[in-house]
Design a protein around this ligand. Structure first.
Ligand code: EPZ
Length: 420
């Protein structure tokens, strides 16, 4: 069982380069199934989740070549040998569900192990299935699996009750070769949706409106192979911005799309953090002003991202004054609060709100990473807590951040990985 040992560290200084986006590369890899030609994905992050997606694609019949030094993943699916995402892979990575739309589109059939819930919520897939049914698929469920079948997918109008990122991606991928026009309303507007739409359009799809609340797709006969560089990871960017703030440091973050992190820039500036946007990247100064509290409400993009909620909350325990955080996207994304309170934070949950007292002197403790972003929050708190913080269940962190420890150590963080 691997753990992180984090010691109280001095303010972080220096520069880091953000890796490719986990939440962009995974749907794009799944989309490569839609053609029998080769797809080359550049700037792919080195992540356990990417490995799992490679294994899943190989089990479906893809030839996959990964070159982590160059950050490229080559995928060629000349034939499909299985139309299924088995439980042993889905339980490792919920994003396996993203092969359902492409498999259904390419073969008329897809059988996926139901992902089940996770620490942050029930994570249902009803909206994915609603889209597939609207396009003409028959859905059957049983023994922990869900299967979609369609002789022909026909363009349709779909309204999403919630702007679900995964549902938007899956339905878009199912619709690109359907007969006729598909209009999906109340869709997710995240940058990862736009990146996937750009990839699909490079393959020959006809998608309009990605990044707005309505996507229109004109079905085409077939798609071709293509090359595509994925966008930088906006959540990794935000995590290092908060690292500069919580340690009162000064970090230059390179390979950033500032537009993708606007809410994080806005909220950090409200706390007194000075942020300079230059050609080199984002320079984040946590060491200039006394940092004060602010309130956060997570919302679908372009609102404040739920994936930054726990990291920002860790920071808010160290500023002057109380803060309120409201999580509106997932129903159970406060698991990190118990762990932060074990480190001396003073956070109370009132309904869907968390009230955070500022100016807390955190102490190192043994804590558990309950999800990917909660783990990052505990590392951030460990950097400023007196003594040593021992974080277990760190596989969550390692599946979602590229060279996590290396990047933090390059900035002066005292953090080690131990095997027990
Ligand atoms: C994606 O998950 C991301 N994962 C998540 O990142 C991110 O937190 C989330 O979007 C929200 O931004 C990837 O892209 C691989 P959703 P996804 O469908 O698609 C409800 C991380 O840390 N919902 O937008 O699963 C759902 O219960 C991960 O990198 C339905 O009700 O998120 C949730 O409350 C964590 N029915 C809300 O929508 C559905 O059919 C948002 O879920 C689908 C979703």
């Amino acid at each position: 069982m691997a753990k992180f040992l984090v010691e109280k560290s001095s303010s972080l200084h220096g520069e880091i380069e953000v890796s490719g986006s986990k939440n962009a590369v995974l749907p794009i890899m799944a989309a490569s199934i839609l053609t029998d030609e080769k797809c080359q994905i550049m700037d792919a992050p080195v992540l356990r989740d990417v490995d799992v997606m490679c294994r899943l694609l190989e089990s479906i019949g893809s030839q996959v070549k990964v070159n982590y030094e160059e950050g490229t993943v080559e995928i060629e699916t000349s034939s499909i040998i299985a139309k299924e995402a088995p439980y042993e892979l889905v339980k490792k990575m919920r994003a396996s569900i993203l092969v359902m739309g492409p498999l259904l589109s390419r073969t008329g059939q897809a059988k996926i192990a139901l992902p089940g819930g996770c620490a942050i919520g029930a994570r249902p897939i009803n909206l994915h299935l609603k889209g597939f049914q609207a396009l003409g698929a028959d859905i059957t469920e049983g023994h922990g699996y869900v299967e979609a079948k369609a002789d022909k997918l026909v363009g349709a109008n779909v309204y999403l009750d919630f702007p679900s990122v995964g549902a938007t991606e899956n339905i878009m991928m199912a619709a690109v070769m359907a007969d006729g026009i598909t209009v999906i309303e109340n869709v997710a507007e995240e940058p990862e949706i736009v990146d996937l739409a750009n990839f699909l359009n490079k393959m020959g799809a006809r998608i309009k409106g990605a990044g707005t609340d309505t996507i229109k797709i004109e079905g085409v006969e077939a798609l071709n192979g293509t090359k595509h560089a994925v966008i930088p990871d906006r959540i990794e960017t935000g995590t290092f911005m908060v690292a500069a703030a919580i340690t009162r440091g000064d970090i230059l973050i390179k390979n950033v799309v500032p537009d993708h992190v606007k809410p994080i820039i806005a909220k950090l500036k409200e706390c007194g953090v000075v942020i300079e946007d230059s050609d080199e990247g984002l320079r984040v100064h946590g060491d200039i002003n006394e940092l004060i509290s602010t309130d956060i409400k997570t919302l679908p993009y372009p609102g404040f991202p739920t994936d930054m909620q726990s990291q920002f909350m860790a920071f808010l325990t160290t500023v002057s004054g109380p803060s309120v955080v409201i999580e509106t996207v997932f129903e159970n994304r406060y698991m990190h609060i118990g762990e932060l309170n074990r480190m001396g934070a003073n956070i109370k949950i009132e309904g869907r709100s968390a009230i955070i007292q500022g100016n807390q002197k955190l102490q190192g403790a043994q804590v558990i990473s309950t999800d990917l972003r909660a783990g990052a929050a505990l590392v951030l708190s460990g950097l400023v807590a007196e003594g040593t913080t021992e974080i277990s269940e760190i596989y969550h962190i390692e599946r979602g951040y590229t060279n996590f420890i290396g990047k933090f150590r390059a900035l002066g963080a005292r953090i080690n990985r131990i095997e027990e």
